[in-house]
Design a protein around this ligand. Structure first.
Ligand code: B12
Ligand code: SF4
Ligand code: SF4
Length: 341
């Protein structure tokens, strides 16, 4: 190994260790080249209208195609995975129906603080570490914050493979993690993409309550519960076909990940800010038996909530995104489902 490649290897090891020291669970690095096949599939997804009303998905295709349109001279895309799993489980429709008054489930990613607040400062700290060794390096961070195909970069960086439910899965701890990305002009040694380990399984496709996984690896957001319960404005009514099949979800949906066999490797997160804020309301309503720490909220409480209570309860939480009116709209849709039980 010559001196230059030895230095590159050392810098790569150093930056990966720095990411782990910051509390990220996995880190991988891909070369900043254009995404070709990924963009063909992405264009097909858009053409079929699967992005629903998320008009922003249609914009900035040049940046999604080539990160050098975001950061001129970019050479590397560093991808981190931030585990958010906590020792709590979600319930199912039977449990929801069994117990009046109705409750609604909160998807696991929203039990703690908002990852949009937690992850970027850690990515910025990683950027400082890059600049400590390569002072002229430029950097740009993302976590669900822009026109970037984060899952595709995660696959390229060897973090995991894209499951048939379309989320990225790690062989070591399943899919309960967020992604964060640093695009940089610094050069590193690159990882290889992860092969597919779904095999013949299709548990997620079968379990999806609204048949949103329209073919392996392809999710139609128009049918996906998180789209309706998180992304739509409060004044938009949830269509009957979705409202009748919400599987008890008040905010987001984890059904396709709950059934995934790879999530038997789940491990508790070390990130304090992702611990659940809902301990006291969890786990009391599953057929009279206390099931350890499930996160269900009482629909009566949501419907009666004042703006002040909403702001206090969901301070720093991703649930703020729906606004109080959106959460009440979701609760009403769930009432409809539980009346059908
Ligand atoms: C838009 C969006 C949504 C939309 C659309 C979902 C979707 N699947 O795209 C909605 C609101 C529904 C959503 C829901 C959720 N989201 Co979201 N979302 C995003 C966002 C902003 C963009 C994703 C995107 O580009 N979609 C476009 C489509 C085309 O991409 P795709 O699904 O990867 O599609 C590819 C496949 O179909 C593939 N493909 C097609 N055919 C084939 C064939 C083969 C063989 C292969 C391999 C691939 C393949 O090609 C397409 C393009 O390359 C990202 C953040 C980001 N900027 O990347 C977060 C992100 C994907 N979301 C995330 C999360 C956590 C969720 C939820 C789990 C939240 C919840 N609990 O409710 C759900 C999961 C729902 C699901 N099953 O996908 C995480 C996923 C982390 C992970 N481990 O993968 C991300 C990365 C945010 C983050 N930074 O952590 N989300
Ligand atoms: S998040 Fe829920 S609605 Fe969306 S694909 Fe997964 S199981 Fe289906
Ligand atoms: S449930 Fe099965 S098919 Fe779906 S993502 Fe997990 S392993 Fe792949």
């Amino acid at each position: 190994m010559n001196t230059a490649s030895h230095r590159l290897t050392e810098q790569t090891q150093h930056i990966k260790q720095a990411a782990l020291n910051l509390g990220f669970s996995l880190v991988g690095i891909a070369e900043a080249v254009p995404l070709e096949q990924e963009m063909v599939r992405f264009a097909e997804w858009l053409a079929r209208g699967y992005h629903a009303s998320m008009g922003y998905m249609e914009r900035n295709q040049d940046k999604r195609h080539d990160v050098r349109e975001i950061l001129p001279g970019a050479r590397s895309v560093i991808v981190v995975a931030q585990n958010y799993f906590k020792e709590q489980t979600s319930g199912n429709k039977e449990q929801l129906c069994a117990v009046p008054p109705a409750f609604g489930k909160i998807s696991r990613y929203a039990w703690g603080d908002d990852y949009h607040d937690v992850i970027p400062p850690k990515l910025e700290a990683l950027c400082l570490e890059i600049k400590r060794h390569q002072s002229d390096a430029a950097t740009k961070v993302y976590t669900d914050t822009g026109a970037l195909l984060e899952k595709q970069w995660a696959v390229r960086a060897g973090i995991g493979w894209q499951g048939k439910h379309s989320n990225v899965i790690s062989r070591s701890f399943g899919s309960w993690f967020f992604l964060g990305v640093v695009i940089t002009t610094a050069e590193f040694v690159y990882d290889s993409p992860m092969p597919d380990y779904c095999g013949t399984c299709n548990a997620c496709m079968q379990a999806c309550p609204t048949q949103a996984i329209v073919e392996p690896f392809v999710v139609d957001a128009r049918k996906c519960i998180p789209f309706w319960t998180i992304e739509t404005k409060p004044e938009v009514a949830i269509p009957t076909k979705i409202a009748d099949n919400m599987d008890g979800w008040l905010f987001g949906c984890d059904t396709c990940q709950d059934v995934c066999p790879w999530n038997r490797f789940q491990q508790p997160t070390s990130e304090e800010r992702f611990q659940s804020r809902f301990e006291e309301t969890s786990g009391e309503q599953t057929n009279g038996k206390r099931k350890n720490s499930e996160v269900w909220l009482r629909l009566d409480d949501i419907e009666a909530m004042t703006q002040e209570q909403f702001s206090t309860t969901f301070r720093k939480s991703p649930i703020k995104r729906t606004k109080m009116a959106g959460l009440k709209r979701n609760a009403q849709a769930l009432r409809r489902e539980s009346e059908d039980c």
